[in-house]
Design a protein around this ligand. Structure first.
Ligand code: C2E
Ligand code: MG
Ligand code: MG
Ligand code: MG
Length: 291
């Protein structure tokens, strides 16, 4: 009886294992198609100046809606793409799409202040051609309007390569933000060695901070340290007015979170946060030169 129990148990185990592999294989095939046929999309989440409440940027976040699988969470398909070598083509698409969108906003709308940032996976960053690709794609943009979000691990895995690439990117006007700051295992010394412009304070700290507790102390310290190093801070995952008030009192620069705005498609972002340029704009500019 005992043996039968084990046998049937392991059969179940086996079939669920192969089911999992099958599911993963199916998801991989569908993701490949979605990338090739440009069926992924980008959502944009606004960031606001904590002091003035004005728009100070946005983060582009990848979305995948599959007819059969439904909405697949980014954590899931990004990880799959990293494990199975699709992250390079996915990442290039994200960069291309975000830059095209940004160019459209800058040309046809008023009010896009600050920086549009995209997430770059550590693997993608190891690709020696990535920096070239980024520099080429952003060459028509004003400096400082486009930025990358990288996690601390990138700085640690291959510091020599990382430093050289980041320096080239910064020289060409691309900003560098450290994503999920405070959750990695890295030493702080990299902050003085790499050309970083922004620390994004991880939402686990923001959401658990209350006056007097440890998370509050950590957020306070990150903001003070950033200021001393000449870096800007963006708080992630701001969901309550209390969190916003705390960040204001601490002098945090920017905030991002469901309280002020969820990630939305590009057209909705423009509708809510930007103003179409007046159609006579061009003639007004021309007239100025005639005067
Ligand atoms: P992330 O870069 O840290 O992005 C912030 C995540 O926090 C987003 O999740 C966003 O929707 C979520 N978020 C924003 N405000 C709030 C809030 O107030 N409360 C809560 N609970 N969550 C909030 P999302 O879009 O699911 O993305 C998850 C992660 O997937 C991202 O974390 C990033 O690491 C990765 N990711 C997303 N798009 C891309 C991409 O295009 N390329 C790469 N390499 N990674 C991406
Ligand atoms: Mg990010
Ligand atoms: Mg983050
Ligand atoms: Mg994250």
């Amino acid at each position: 009886n005992h043996a039968r129990h084990i046998a049937s148990h392991s059969r179940i185990y086996d079939s669920s294992m192969s089911q999992q592999l099958l599911d993963e294989q199916q998801m991989l095939e569908r993701l490949k198609l979605a990338i090739n046929e440009e069926k992924l999309s980008l959502y944009y989440q606004p960031q606001f100046d904590v002091r003035t409440g004005k728009l100070c940027g946005a983060e582009a976040l990848c979305r995948w809606h599959d007819e059969e699988l439904g909405n697949v969470p980014p954590m899931q398909f990004i990880q799959l793409a990293e494990e199975r070598g699709l992250i390079y083509s996915l990442g290039n698409w994200v960069v291309r799409e975000a830059i095209t969108q940004l160019q459209d906003w800058l040309t046809h709308y008023d009010g896009f202040a600050g920086t549009l940032s995209v997430n770059i996976s550590a693997l993608q960053f190891e690709d020696p051609y990535m920096a070239n690709y980024l520099i080429e794609k952003t060459s028509d943009l004003p400096k400082g309007v486009f930025a990358l979000e990288l996690t601390e691990s990138i700085m640690m895995q291959n510091p020599q390569h990382g430093m050289k690439q980041l320096q080239r990117l910064q020289d060409s006007g691309i900003g560098i933000a450290v994503d999920d700051f405070g959750t990695g295992y890295s030493s702080l010394s990299y902050l003085t060695q790499f050309p970083i412009s922004v620390l994004k304070i991880d939402r686990t700290f923001i959401q658990k901070m209350y006056p007097g507790n440890h998370q509050h102390a950590i957020v306070t310290t990150i903001i003070a340290m950033a200021e001393a190093l000449g870096l800007d801070t963006v708080a992630e995952g701001v969901e309550t007015p209390e969190q916003e008030a705390t960040l204001k009192a601490l002098g945090c620069f920017c905030m991002q979170g469901f309280l002020r705005g969820k990630p939305v498609p590009a057209n909705e972002f423009a509708e809510r946060w930007l103003q179409p340029k007046l159609s006579d704009n061009e003639s007004r500019i021309n007239n100025k030169f005639l005067e």
